[in-house]
Ligand binder design. Structure first.
Ligand SMILES: Cc1cc2nc3c(=O)[nH]c(=O)nc-3n(C[C@H](O)[C@H](O)[C@H](O)COP(=O)(O)O)c2cc1C
Length: 165
């Protein structure tokens, strides 16, 4: 019986935190006890029965907080049902097809025997940190490509799997 779920995330500009919060709301609505926390603030995962970890994509890699989280907690994570998500593409691609995890995340999935990975569209808006972000915004390639219906559906699917544990 799964009771308590952690949704941990790595974000720079906050949009992945909102994805994680949305997932947390659905899991909570489906009867689970949920903590949604920045990955770097989690001291221990041993009090959780299942874990969802999400990372924003930056230059072809998962956010460093998400990467460190998997490394730091690998022993306990390997013994828990684990789901991963990425948020990144600044176009409709994530809504149109399944985007595989970046290589580092793929390796972690194998190592930790994660159940599943999914990629959601990303978001980049005025005020984002960094010169590259400003350049992308100046060239008109920013925007919000998060599909909250798809995010809710994925979370409901995770909740359904957990209900069967
Ligand atoms: C410098 C920079 C590099 C990025 N690199 C990637 C990338 O390699 N792949 C991708 O899908 N999205 C990439 N993105 C888009 C971000 O992943 C997207 O904006 C994401 O939603 C940011 O999440 P956050 O708001 O939680 O930090 C990049 C954005 C910036 C600003």
């Amino acid at each position: 019986m799964i009771g308590k779920v952690l949704v941990a995330y790595g974000t720079t500009n906050g949009s992945t935190a909102q994805v994680a919060e949305t997932i947390g709301e659905v899991l909570h609505k489906d009867g689970l006890t949920v903590d949604v926390l920045p990955a770097r603030s989690v001291a221990s995962v041993s009090g959780y029965d299942a874990v969802v970890v999400g990372g924003a994509l930056y230059a072809g890699r998962w956010h460093k907080d998400a990467r460190r989280f998997l490394r730091r907690h690998r022993r306990v994570l390997a013994e828990r049902p684990l789901w991963l998500f990425s948020s990144g593409p600044l176009d409709a691609s994530a809504s149109e097809r399944d985007i595989p995890p970046v290589p580092g995340v793929q390796r972690a999935m194998t190592r930790l025997d994660a159940r599943e990975h999914t990629t959601f569209g990303g978001c980049l808006e005025e005020g984002a940190k960094g010169a590259v972000a400003r350049m992308i915004l100046r060239s008109g390639k920013g925007g919000d490509f998060r599909d909250f219906t798809a995010i809710q559906e994925w979370a409901a699917h995770v909740a359904a799997e957990l209900a069967g544990e």
